[in-house]
Design a protein around this ligand. Structure first.
Ligand SMILES: CCCCCC/C=C\CCCCCCCC(=O)NCCO
Length: 580
């Protein structure tokens, strides 16, 4: 009888070791094969999806060529403001189909420059014809083309948000916002790009690539509604819709110089939208409009706050748009701050607030210094809530996927092995305190008990800030639009702490809007020499400010929950004063 040997082992002598070895080896082999098979399946899905979307754009491009619509007409139509467009559609000076065709052409032109569109809606022509036939010309959005962020469910279309595992899983119904928009005469015509997971303020993913800023294509358009804002800034959309759980309506508005509005959660419906944090109920996503002026935001809010939305989604607050509050001209007491004490914004952002303050004062409002107390706690609560599941939901979805650079830092920080995390938290506490706080918070919750305590802490924080706000008798607050203007592509993940300017109003669930007030100038960049470089985020912003002249700078206007109309009124006052 021959002896079976593995290397120089006689197998019969060590049956247990060999058995265990075979099992472990076999299991590892099966796991490895499965891993590579799954990865290659996802890679093929990405290639297929990209090709499908490219093909859909090509089909539209060919149709546009056949239509022979002149460049001048496209420019003439897409340069109209929303109110001008509405009146020309209403009085019949412009035809619904011509407007749609002009926006389709302009959108493809923007896409060429910034990669902001995922795909056009093939049904847009059909929807336009149905609007002409069935919707009254008096409807607020009669014939207005609208763009939708990719996470708005549309029957028959996938919402992928950069996660390959979601390819080929189309929505079975339209989002409620989409349904109400169409009932009001709007025509969805394109869907726009987002960052992988949408928990990032950059805008790239392994499925559709990176969207670029139209003001400087080497820079980020912001995220996560980055595709929307790049399209709006390039005049390829007149009205868009996005979502915001940490600033995604306001951050890209700040980077692209557009207008965004985040209502209180529950003022507009979330039904039929998608995202990977749906199970996390401490900080919830708000859905809202993006536009090229304040009137655009107001028109959208008015068009959506109607009985049909309250019927399709009875979970929203059935509060129609209060025009009397928006049009009220009582002088207001407005708080202002230009540094939240957690992240120092560069001088251009502080100058933006100073301009807004001076303009509002000149209109007769009273401006007083005020900032949300304990912004560090606000930032900590935000990160803990967002990663309270220890990143498991996202880990599961990304298991076999390619990780995009925009989410790499968050992913790595969330998945650090706990002894190393404890060690780093301890060391960084003395070297880079904000990074230490972030690293501790991103570990999430250890138990349901821990999660309940987090919910209580968030509630207490809201109570404390509201009491402080009320003790100052404030009607509204203005702040920097974000922690910095647009910085180079792929660098936002290194400067995540800059999100404290927007995330705090998600933790607080206050309505907040963003509007452009100025542009970075040479003095702003020269003043960067004294900018602190205390940690990676500040260093990244300092480096990113080189060559930033000409980029948009926004401010935020904020009010207490359910005071959307008052927030929009302050935005409108500021816009009027800036344009005067
Ligand atoms: C030192 C600080 C560590 C921070 C760790 C990073 C944690 C979170 C980054 C969040 C970025 C949020 C961007 C906006 C997300 C958003 O609003 N998405 C919309 C989804 O519908």
């Amino acid at each position: 009888m021959t002896t079976l040997t593995i290397w120089d082992w006689e197998v019969e002598k060590y049956p247990l070791q060999v058995g265990v070895g075979v099992i472990i080896g076999g299991w590892t082999f099966v796991k490895l094969v499965n891993y590579f098979l799954q990865r290659s399946k996802l890679k093929s899905a990405r290639v297929r999806k990209r090709a499908e979307c490219k093909q859909a754009k090509q089909v539209l491009e060919d149709q546009i060529k056949q239509r022979n619509i002149s460049k001048e007409v496209v420019e003439e139509i897409t340069n109209l403001s929303l109110s001008e467009l509405q009146s020309k559609l209403k009085d019949g000076t412009l035809d619904v189909l011509d407007v749609l065709h002009a926006y389709q052409a302009k959108a493809l032109e923007c896409d060429e420059k910034t990669n902001c569109i995922i795909e056009p809606f093939k049904e847009a022509e059909e929807w336009a014809a149905s609007v002409k036939e069935n919707v009254s010309k008096d409807s607020p959005l009669f014939g207005v083309p609208v763009s939708l962020k990719e996470n708005y469910g549309v029957e028959g279309y996938d919402s992928v948000y950069g996660m390959s595992v979601l390819i080929g899983k189309p929505s079975h119904e339209d989002s409620v916002i989409g349904q109400v928009l169409r009932s009001q005469g709007a025509i969805p015509y394109v869907r726009t790009n987002v960052p992988q997971t949408m928990i990032s303020w950059d805008c790239s993913n392994p499925v559709f690539g990176a969207t670029k800023n139209p003001h400087d294509t080497t820079r980020t358009p912001g995220g996560s509604s980055g595709g929307e804002c790049a399209l709006l800034a390039g005049q390829g959309s007149i009205l868009g819709f996005g979502s915001d759980i940490g600033g995604s309506l306001r951050i890209p508005s700040n980077m692209c110089g557009t207008y965004g509005f985040k209502p209180t959660v529950g003022r507009l419906s979330a039904k039929g939208t998608h995202g990977c944090t749906k199970g996390q109920q401490i900080v919830r996503a708000a859905y809202g409009p993006l536009a090229r002026d304040v009137d655009g935001l107001v028109t959208a809010m008015k068009a959506l706050l109607v009985p049909l939305m309250f019927k399709l989604d009875p979970t929203v607050n059935p509060l129609p748009f209060r025009t009397e509050v928006f049009e009220d001209n009582r002088k207001l007491k407005i708080g202002w701050y230009d540094n939240d004490g957690w992240f120092t914004p560069p001088p251009c952002m502080q100058r933006g607030v100073a301009i807004a303050k001076a303009k509002l004062e000149a209109m007769g409002h009273t401006l007083v210094p005020w900032k949300p107390p304990n912004a560090t706690l606000g930032a900590e609560l935000y990160v803990r809530a967002m990663f309270s599941d220890k990143c498991e939901t996202i880990n599961e979805m990304l298991r076999y996927d390619t990780l995009d650079v925009c989410f790499m830092i968050q992913y790595t920080m969330a998945n650090i092995y706990w002894p190393l995390r404890r060690f780093l938290v301890f060391i960084l506490h003395y070297l880079m305190p904000s990074l230490s706080t972030g690293l501790k918070a991103i570990a999430g919750c250890d138990s349901a008990y821990d999660f309940w305590n987090l919910a209580v802490a968030a509630e207490d924080y809201r109570k404390m800030v509201i009491e402080d706000w009320q003790s100052h008798d404030l009607d509204a607050v203005i702040s920097p639009g974000f922690g910095c203007p647009a910085i180079p592509l792929k660098t936002p993940a290194l400067a995540t702490s800059a999100v404290s300017y927007t995330t705090i109003f998600n933790v607080l669930n206050f309505p907040a809007g963003s509007l452009p007030v100025t542009k970075v100038n040479a003095a702003d960049t020269a003043n960067m020499k004294d900018y602190p470089t205390i940690d990676l985020a500040h260093k990244t912003v300092k480096k990113g400010m080189v060559g930033a002249e000409g980029l948009p700078v926004n401010v935020q206007c904020i009010t207490l929950p359910w005071h959307e109309e008052q927030c929009l009124r302050v935005m409108k006052d500021l816009e009027t004063a800036l344009k005067a």
